[in-house]
Design a protein around this ligand. Structure first.
Ligand SMILES: [Zn+2]
Length: 304
């Protein structure tokens, strides 16, 4: 009797334990599948443009690393930064390869509240250069290559590379057609234009006026600051392109502004240039672009 009771009891217990084990396994399997799905999603999410700034930083430092290791003069989009900061980033990433897949999602959560534009915060006011404000004589920007023969000031170059990559992720192709110019080169271009008009029979004075409509008078061009880039096309109908629409929406995040807007010609004294973008820093750019100002108006309202 006693043996039977014990056996029946233990059989029931065994059955119960089996049930518990079975359901535990199911729960575990479901958890495992969820974990795998989440892992794959966050891996894919690493390419998401919204997760921007850190992954953009990684993009810059990685491409800089490639520039150094593979070919010294790469023509595409890599900025050949030589700063210690970027090489530090590269080593930090490569020393923890197992964690690299978690970096983008961390970046997404940590930067979404801060905003990707904060990488390009500039504490000082943008330098104004226009027909009434000549570039300081001793101005000598530190410029780096942004592909081909084009150069930009170091921070503007890094901002441009991030902006180009972000646009590309959105299926929009941006490229530079004019960037930094030395004052000598600007003078050369201007003098060539003056000669062109003189050859057409214009007086010296008139030729200079006409030339100034096409080529900025030496000392008045932002291109000599290393902060300006002409993008994609020098045609006014560039304003109808996908590229222009993307730039209108996003350029301020990377610290760039449309420098010579259509409705500000009287203030800038420069004709409408939908292709000319000026780096000023994201904090200034966001105000300028969202309030529809030109740089002259911004400095008048917010400048010291
Ligand atoms: Zn320009």
């Amino acid at each position: 009797m006693e043996k039977k009771r014990i056996r029946r009891y233990s059989r029931r217990e065994v059955r119960r334990n089996r049930m518990i084990a079975f359901f535990s396994l199911i729960v575990l399997a479901v958890l495992l599948i969820a974990l795998i799905v989440w892992g794959v999603k966050s891996l894919l999410g690493g390419d998401n443009r919204e997760s921007s700034s850190l992954s953009n930083t990684l993009f810059v430092s990685q491409s800089a690393g490639q520039d150094i290791s593979s070919t010294p003069d790469i023509s595409s989009s890599g900025v050949s930064l030589s700063g210690g900061e970027s090489s530090l980033d590269s080593t930090a990433v490569s020393s923890v390869p197992n964690l690299s897949s978690t970096v983008p999602s961390e970046a997404a959560s940590s930067t979404s509240s801060v905003g990707s534009g904060d990488l390009y915060y500039e504490s000082s006011m943008p330098l104004l250069v226009n027909p009434d404000h000549l570039m300081p004589d001793d101005y000598a920007p530190t410029v780096v290559s942004v592909g081909g023969s084009y150069k930009l000031e170091t921070k503007a170059a890094s901002a441009w590379t991030d902006m180009q990559a972000a646009a590309s992720n959105d299926g929009v192709s941006l490229w530079i057609i004019s960037a930094y110019r030395t004052l000598e080169r600007q003078t050369e271009l201007y003098n060539e234009k003056v000669t062109e008009y003189k050859n057409l029979g214009y007086s010296e004075a008139d030729a200079k006026v006409e030339a100034g409509k096409w080529v900025a008078i030496p000392g008045t061009s932002e291109h000599c600051l290393g902060y300006a880039a002409d993008l994609c096309s020098l045609e006014e109908n560039f304003e109808n392109s996908d590229q222009f629409a993307w730039l209108q929406k996003h350029c301020a995040e990377y610290g760039f502004i449309l420098r010579y807007p259509k409705d500000k010609v009287n203030t800038t004294k420069i004709s409408y240039e939908p292709w000319h973008y000026r780096y000023v820093g994201s904090n200034h750019a966001k105000i300028i672009m969202s309030q529809g100002l030109c740089l002259e108006e911004y400095l008048e309202q917010y400048g010291a």
